[in-house]
Design a binder for this molecule. Sequence first.
Ligand code: ADP
Length: 254
Amino acid sequence: MLSCENVSFRYTRSGNDVLRGLSLELEQGQIGIVLGKNGSGKTTLFKNILGIHDPKGGKIRLDGKNLQKISRRERAQRIAYVPQDIRFGDLSVFDSVLLGRISHFGLQPSREDYIAVEKILMDMGLESFAQRSVEALSGGERQKIAIARAMAQEPQLMVFDEPTGNLDIANEQLIIQEAKKLAKEKNISILSSLHDLNQALYFGDKFFFLKDGVVKYAGGSEIVNEEVIRDVFDIDVRIVEIDGQKVILGGYNK
Ligand code: ADP
């Protein structure tokens, strides 16, 4: 389980707190979606979880272990990060994804490592890209490779910052479906931000709405309603149910 307890953070001594006693809990294998306006602190929260920033107060634990107290290597084994825009250097697609397994192999990748990478490339429809240089790919294609690499890592927790931002609709769906399948098959937790509320509803098991530096609303899809969305995003929406799935319509600024 991932737990953030009363986490606070600010960028500069004189600046305001961006996180002000934020708490959340995500069970192993659950997909949690962090929702909030631009600038509400989603990336800041992720960077605190990843150890890129250290919280000023509070605790972040994975399986009860305080993440501030474990080594960088252990943290890298347990948590994979897919940032908004990733740079790989001049590597082939296959090698870039294989690098995700570096914490699994010692000096040399084994046959299992190669097989795992081949399977992920196949599942994500990337096999024809395997020998191409990542540098020569579009932003959206690179995003897919970044997600493939995070999957190859088989971490306990994957953190996605707007994973579908650069992708077209078909690739968005593919990524979300693959990530969801993997989370369930391998019991990996995912914490992700997503702009699109309908995608969020389809992808997530649990929703965390950020406002004023805290998680103001948390829970399953039952907590996603018109009032919560109005309070957090300042927009008016209508929610209907189609085939048992909530669908959000509209989204006009008040
Ligand atoms: P989100 O991901 O929800 O858009 P961020 O976590 O990126 O929000 O930003 C939260 C707040 O922190 C914003 O007000 C932003 O301007 C500020 N901020 C983000 N990064 C920095 C930084 N490196 N230095 C100072 N302030 C920052």
